[in-house]
Ligand binder design. Structure first.
Ligand SMILES: Cc1cc2nc3c(=O)[nH]c(=O)nc-3n(C[C@H](O)[C@H](O)[C@H](O)COP(=O)(O)OP(=O)(O)OC[C@H]3O[C@@H](n4cnc5c(N)ncnc54)[C@H](O)[C@@H]3O)c2cc1C
Length: 359
């Protein structure tokens, strides 16, 4: 095992970084988690956490996995409708007793559960990484407020617009996928019964989905195909949904979206990144969206971050030294995440989104 007095810094307290920090702390490493925001981002909407993501949680922390199971709904039925609201197909989703289900759940519930497994003092907020310097025997991270951290390994879990990535693979730009997306949470449990995932199949330049996430809350996503008129921006400057686009959706679905309080709606342009040629450089390694942000079509985003965290923690627990561990981690994960990225983008293009272009 890499010595437990090894100092590991993680940049980014999203779901990937927090899960890794909890696993490494449990293994006895000296872990420090840095987040640029004043507190971890608990905003966010519903998440479809597929079975593979649940398995990555179960294998790392069964107690955490149980908590996630109690906080959401197992997916039970997937229904495809046309834009007039007529059912095209409906599929019942079953799982064996010894299998974990995919879960429909609020992102906030996932992040809150993860944060509860962090040891006290591990998380440092208002800590925006600005640069990294490596030597043969250590790595130093510099932060916006002038502070610095010195350690043995730095992990970039800082999302799609990753600062850490520029020290591993310079020059990577997010690629626009052709959709402007709104997501919201609305108080309702009749339109979409618990466990149901309803998809309004793509047509006339729009697409929508709905699922219940426990309690009386329903998540919706509404996508429109547009040219990127604000290059480089993640969020549109005008967050309003164009009425003419919403009008293309069946009336009951449309009114559910329209009844959502504005503070419960987020909007953003949809991006992925090209597959990276490598995941580490020296003592810096990338995980989660920083390493392989992808189109949401296969719902692999959060799941693959949990898989990365589990894999890296296992290699650190078993490996002889950091260089060997990072090589083993990359050998295991690179082909898997490349396949996720390739197929997610391919599916995204097949179902109608435009060809990618640089942001
Ligand atoms: C709207 C939406 C819906 C989605 N739905 C699903 C779904 O249903 N199922 C699914 O599996 N996936 C889904 N995804 C994808 C999934 O949410 C992401 O893949 C996952 O959240 C990535 O987690 P992460 O921790 O790697 O990155 P992030 O969640 O982006 O976290 C990165 C963190 O790093 C911090 N940070 C950034 N830069 C710095 C810096 N310089 N210094 C310090 N901190 C920094 C950020 O503030 C942030 O807290 C969705 C994504 C979006 C946008």
């Amino acid at each position: 095992m890499v010595a437990s007095n090894c100092r590991i810094g993680i940049i980014g307290a999203g779901t990937t970084g927090v899960y890794l920090a909890s696993l490494l702390a449990e293994q006895g490493f000296q872990v420090t988690l840095f987040e640029k925001a004043a507190s971890p981002r608990t905003e966010g909407c519903g998440i479809f956490l597929i079975k593979a993501g649940m398995e990555a949680l179960q294998q790392g922390n069964p107690q955490l996995c149980q908590r996630i199971m109690r906080a959401g709904d197992p997916v039970q039925k997937v229904e495809f409708r046309n834009l007039r609201g007529q059912t095209i197909s409906s599929e019942t989703v079953t799982h064996q007793e010894n299998e974990l289900p995919g879960m429909l759940i609020h992102r906030t519930a996932i992040l809150s559960a993860l944060l509860d497994f962090l040891p006290p003092g591990c998380l440092h907020c208002n800590a925006e990484l600005t640069s990294v310097v490596q030597t043969s025997d250590g790595v130093t991270a510099h932060f916006q407020d002038g502070s610095e951290w010195e350690g043995d390994l730095l992990v970039g879990a800082d999302g799609i617009v990753s600062k850490v990535r520029s020290f591993v693979v310079p020059g990577v730009e997010p690629c626009y996928l052709g959709d402007l997306v709104w997501r919201g949470l609305v108080a309702d449990r009749s339109f979409c019964p618990p466990g149901n995932f309803i998809v309004y199949a793509r047509g006339r330049g729009i697409y929508a989905n709905f699922f219940h996430i426990g309690g009386d809350r329903t998540h919706w996503g509404f996508f429109i195909e547009v040219e990127q008129q604000e290059p480089g921006r993640l969020r549109p400057s005008n967050p309003a949904i164009p009425a003419a686009e919403l009008a293309k959706l069946a009336a009951d679905a449309r009114s559910l979206i329209a009844s959502t309080p504005p503070e419960q709606v987020v909007s953003r342009y949809s991006y992925d990144i090209d597959p990276l040629p490598h995941l580490y450089a020296g003592r810096i390694v990338l995980i989660g969206d920083a390493a392989h942000a992808k189109s949401p079509t296969r719902a692999r985003g959060m799941c693959s971050g949990f898989e990365d965290a589990l894999s890296l923690s296992r290699h650190l627990a078993a490996g002889a030294d950091i260089a060997t561990v990072l090589e083993q981690f990359q050998t295991e994960r690179l082909p898997i995440v490349h396949e996720y990225q390739r197929t997610s983008r391919q599916q995204s293009q097949q179902i109608g989104r435009r060809q990618k272009s640089a942001a």
